[in-house]
Design a protein around this ligand. Sequence first.
Ligand code: NBP
Length: 484
Amino acid sequence: MTKTADIGLIGLAVMGENLVLNMESKGYTVAVYNRTVEKVDNFINGRGAGKNFIGAHSIEELVASLERPRKVMMLVKAGQPVDDFIDQIISHLEPGDIIIDGGNSYFPDTIRRTQYVESKGLLYVGTGVSGGEIGALHGPSMMPGGSAQAWPFVKDIFQSIAAKVDNGVPCCDWVGSDGAGHFVKMVHNGIEYGDMQIIGEAYQVMKDLLGMSADEMHEVFTKWNTEELDSYLIEITAEIMAYKDEDGSPMIDKILDKAGQKGTGKWTGSAALELGVPLTLIGESVFARFLSAQKDMRVEASKLISGPKPEFSGDKQAMLNDLKMALYGAKIISYAQGYNLLMAAAKEYGWQLDYGGIALMWRGGCIIRSAFLGDIKKAFDTNPALAHLLLDNFFKQKVELAQDGWRRVCAAALLNGIPAPSLTSALCYLDGFRSAWLPANLLQAQRDYFGAHTYERIDKPRGQFFHTNWTGEGGNTVSTAYNN
Ligand code: NBP
């Protein structure tokens, strides 16, 4: 009898190769195909040698080797290649078969593709896969969404290859319909930008204000990784600080300060703007990368524009404790804002998101994994209808405790001319969030003054709109076009 495969994979690059090795190690037979077909043979005779793989040299061969309902997973470059492969595969599949996109696709594309594939009688899954190469091989975090009928057919494979936490709970569960999985993955990536940025700001404060060496910073990050900030990104930062170049000097000092990005942080920021969610920390993190990329202009400006010279004469250990509190407080804000975005998206797109479950999916296997996510899971276990993380008692108390040190860090950064856009904007958000009154009354008055945009009054019921003829020259006609 000809051997059949449990699942087929298109795209033998970094992610695909490692993910199929993971699947095979869990007992699945996987058929593999790649656009450049020689990569199939290289894999079958290389890392895949002697294992349960079927090498396919065409889409037809790949599809013919699959058990029904057929499951074809793509791990190819996001964008047009995904649409091209969908069109190539569709004609070879039958109703009930499942197409899976495991790449970093933009969620509106996944919404569109789910509708398209379902219109052909097939099922579609768009799944976020996080954790990079190592995660893919040993256990990634997976965030699947799309056609709900597909889930029972892919659940066992996905959950067996996913990372596990708390004695075997997989970091993978069904997220929701159409683009929900890719949306959650996108927010995950945005949070990753934010976590990296605030760690970078703490690094600059330690380096430029406290004058610490890479070895000293290694000690601090190593210690922080045993406390509230216990996380993968703090752990690798500690290791990076200790890493030496061939000449024995810290490797970190040799790296050009110009950040790259693939655009998922920008997507998260755009989604927040679209949905009207104040996602300030992640937004600042994306902008900080843009500013870093303007290296040549910054070098020029550094010669022209003067500012304060960082100077520190206080208690260094106390400042380090404050810095830890600043990171912890800002991290709470970042996740609170990220969850605020998830909630707004769920409402907009009709997704039933399990917020505690999402925290659990991020607890292992992915770049933002941290002990902290366990506290978020607990907050939603305590109150599944929690409207905002800062309204949870645990997080409310933590930001209250963190804020004194956090304020001292922000003040020191501002007074010493050290840019800390994410740490400071997160604190401004906290202050805005806990303000019953904000100066938007003036803003409304200005809007009404110049554009007759109307305003609500504190002494009248909400929903009633008023206009004042501020100059005595305008008429009584109000604008409706720009309200809200
Ligand atoms: P790449 O994103 O580098 O894509 C390589 C694959 O895409 C190869 O199979 C390549 O075929 C195929 N491909 C390309 Br490139 N252009 C194509 C085209 N025009 N038509 C058809 N196929 C095309 O691989 P990756 O880094 O493994 O990532 C795969 C997906 O997973 C991406 O969406 C990525 O964003 C996502 N992701 C990556 C990571 C990571 O750490 N790398 C982490 C999480 C998610 P070829 O061999 O013939 O050129």
